[in-house]
Ligand binder design. Structure first.
Ligand SMILES: [Zn+2]
Length: 349
């Protein structure tokens, strides 16, 4: 076995040891073109092990240095790289990249923090941003590939609202450091947003806070989109408005769904009224029961038919398999070794 350099074969000492064991068993020696050793001698093996140990040591040291460097940079408040965020551009003209404010985006960021406090939960903010056409940061990578620029969803909005960069800080693991870059949001506003996010829980939806009054939760269905409708909530001033909204509209924009949002209390009252009427009217009650039974019978009947059809199909498949396996036994001698029909037939039975 000839390699250019030992670490071309494997970068891990443990891996290498295993490979060498296999080579040994088959009496294969390893020779490196650029390094002077030959594993056919005990001395050669020792040299190989030393070389590999140093190679691994070197890699680990480099990794540690990079981690130390990032930690030191963050302690100094320097941005240590990562995905660009809305509100800042990355200035790469100096040796270490720097965050500079993008004025137009910075205004959006400040407005989004305010909007969250005003609307009180993530979902209405997502919808609002959708209607404004505001999107996540878009940028071009060093290789010239366009990235980002998607509509906000709850996940990306949450990530944005909890990013300490906006309050002028740099996070390293659990510690925060005063950043070199200018903040886009006042510390007071940032902390009020964190408090509200925490109160709302990770999901931060009004639906969770209002769960006691979401009567039709999980029951309403948007017929046009064939999607579930979920409970949403907006507030204007002190007044709160509850809605049931199609999830298609929430994820892909209101224009995508013809049903849109239904005012929650009205549809709830309507359903409650109808349920009450059914309960009060004996004739109606009997009719509902009769219809339910007939639905059930129809369903049972069609399931029975389906079962019969499936059984018939299964029988046909079995017959086809038997024909095929019979045919392949006859032509066994003409098949290449290794794919004989015996193994296949065992699987078919
Ligand atoms: Zn819909």
């Amino acid at each position: 076995m000839i390699v250019y350099k030992v670490d071309r074969l494997s970068r891990s000492l443990l891996d290498f040891a295993r490979i060498m064991e296999i080579f040994d068993r088959h009496q294969v020696a390893v020779v490196s073109v650029t390094q002077q050793f030959n594993t056919s001698t005990p001395m050669g093996r020792l040299v190989l092990n030393v070389l590999l140990s140093f190679a691994q040591f070197e890699r680990e040291i480099i990794g540690e240095r990079i981690r130390d460097k990032i930690a030191a940079q963050r302690r100094k408040g320097k941005w240590a790289g990562g995905t660009p965020v809305l509100g800042y551009d990355v200035d790469r003209t100096n040796r270490s990249p720097r965050l500079v404010v993008n004025a137009a985006e910075a205004q959006q960021v400040a407005a989004i923090f305010e909007l969250y406090l005003e609307l009180g939960s993530l979902l209405p903010v997502v919808e609002d941003l959708e209607s404004r056409g505001w999107e996540n940061k878009s940028w071009v990578t060093k290789k010239g590939i366009a990235r980002g620029g998607q509509a906000f969803d709850k996940g990306s909005l949450y990530a944005m609202l909890t990013n300490p960069l906006y309050a002028g800080r740099i996070r390293h693991k659990t510690a925060l450091y005063q950043g070199e870059h200018p903040p886009l949001v006042k510390l007071d506003l940032f902390e009020r947003v964190q408090a509200l996010l925490q109160r709302n829980g990770r999901a931060g939806t009004a639906a969770i806070r209002n769960s006691h009054s979401t009567l039709l939760k999980g029951l309403l269905h948007c017929q046009a989109c064939d999607r579930a409708m979920v409970h949403t909530f907006t507030s204007r001033g002190v007044k709160r408005y509850r809605y049931y909204t199609c999830t298609h509209a929430i994820r892909s924009g209101r224009g995508k769904c013809p049903s849109g949002s239904l005012p929650a209390s009205e549809i709830e009252q309507l359903v409650v009224r109808q349920v009450r009427q059914i309960a009060a009217d004996a004739g109606l009650r009997a009719e509902v029961l009769r219809q339910a039974r007939s639905h059930l019978n129809d369903a049972l009947k069609s399931l029975g038919q389906e079962q019969k059809a499936l059984q018939r199909e299964l029988k046909e498949h079995h017959a086809a398999m038997n024909r095929l396996s019979g045919a392949s036994t006859k032509t066994e001698s003409s098949r290449p070794p290794g794919i004989g029909p015996t193994t296949g037939r065992r699987g078919w039975r």
